[in-house]
Write a protein that binds this ligand. Structure first.
Ligand SMILES: NC(=O)c1ccc[n+]([C@@H]2O[C@H](COP(=O)([O-])OP(=O)(O)OC[C@H]3O[C@@H](n4cnc5c(N)ncnc54)[C@H](OP(=O)(O)O)[C@@H]3O)[C@@H](O)[C@H]2O)c1
Length: 325
């Protein structure tokens, strides 16, 4: 089968198209014929081993242990291990296979059944592949860390990107009044996703406009934590989805310190793939409350170009690799 492999850490040049043996599923695994893969920041972080600490998390100290990247997949079950209960050959599935060691950028990959769910019936494979990490993280950031409530004023910073586009829609599904922060070219997009108010970050700094929010989810740091704190209502929460290593450590270590003397809370999101949340996302899609925004679609052999484009950080929604097998 064709797959994109990397045998050393580095820039997208390390990614090579190779012909390798089809994997064989273990007893508790399924073999998936992959139709589409969504790229995530995690993929370029693993490719570059950036930050360096990534190498100490079982990824491989000197070279990658799992030479195939790609965790968000959608495809068709090709065969099942003898202990698999919830899927059969021919089922259309989607999921986040990071716990199985990635391996999505290939014509076939193996996954445990817990990492997958049935694909939303009204989604294409590309739309389904866009969902697992980004939509589940948006859900966990708003529902579990942010404890979102209906009627709250919620601000999503980075609203037009992979996670942000889902966060706007999920916050609306929870009944919040949503302010989306994006650049001029994405205003129509975030309105179409249901945002009640839009702030163009190229013209206005929302941390200086005197307004306050019950919950702020920022997909990247973008501003200092202290600025976010100023924009929170008295019991408000700031959830940091991602950012530079320094920003993430600040949120984790200084979060409680920054919120001292007030009821404001600062937290960093650490999303965890799980089947129950995939099912929640599938149900939101099937109910017409959530749709994938796809920026662009690349062929498997053009994965390096797709990752270069992702690293620029200005995608409108998700970047997808499509496999015509
Ligand atoms: N913690 C977790 O569990 C978890 C899970 C998934 C992802 N993440 C993290 O989330 C982050 C974002 O992921 P993503 O896939 O959503 O990224 P993305 O698709 O690259 O989106 C980033 C968005 O940020 C916008 N942006 C750039 N500069 C901005 C600014 N100054 N103010 C406001 N918006 C700005 C861009 O819009 P314009 O083009 O308009 O500039 C773009 O739409 C990554 O750091 C990733 O590691 C974390």
């Amino acid at each position: 089968m064709k797959a994109i492999l990397y045998h050393e850490y580095g820039s997208p040049y390390v990614l090579k198209l190779e012909n390798i043996e089809k994997p064989i599923p273990k007893d508790n695994e399924v073999l998936v014929k992959v139709k589409a893969i969504a790229l995530n920041a995690k993929d370029w972080r693993l490719m570059r081993a950036d930050p360096f600490l990534v190498r100490l998390t079982g990824t491989g100290l000197f070279k990658p242990k799992n030479p195939i990247l790609g965790a968000d997949i959608a495809g068709i079950i090709e065969s099942v291990g003898k202990d698999v209960k919830s899927f059969k050959i021919g089922d259309e599935v989607f999921g986040d296979i990071c716990e199985t060691g990635h391996g999505g950028l290939a014509e076939y990959t193996c996954s445990t059944e817990e990492a997958l769910a049935h694909k939303p019936s009204n989604a294409t494979f590309e739309e389904a592949a866009a969902l697992p990490l980004a939509a589940v993280s948006a859900l966990q950031g708003l529902r579990d860390v942010g404890e979102i409530q209906s009627g709250q004023q919620v601000l999503i910073n980075g609203a037009s990107g992979g996670m942000g586009a889902f966060a706007v829609q999920i916050a609306k599904a929870f009944g919040a009044e949503v302010t989306a922060v994006c650049s001029t070219r994405n205003i129509d997009l975030v309105r179409s996703l249901g945002a009640d108010h839009v702030i163009d970050y190229t013209k206005e700094n929302f941390t200086r406009n005197g307004k306050s929010y019950d919950l702020i989810l920022a997909v990247n740091g973008f501003h200092p934590i202290s600025d976010y704190k100023k924009s929170l209502s008295p019991n408000g929460k700031y959830v940091m989805g991602g950012g530079s290593t320094k920003q993430i450590f600040q949120a984790l270590l200084l979060g409680s310190f920054v919120s001292m003397g007030s009821n404001k809370k600062i937290a960093a999101l650490s999303g965890k793939a799980n089947q129950a949340d995939l099912v929640t996302i599938k149900e939101l899609v099937e109910a017409g409350k959530l749709k994938s925004v796809i920026d662009s679609t690349f062929d498997l052999e053009d994965t390096a170009d797709a990752i270069r484009y992702m690293e620029e950080g200005h995608a409108k929604g998700k970047i997808i690799i499509k496999i015509e097998n």
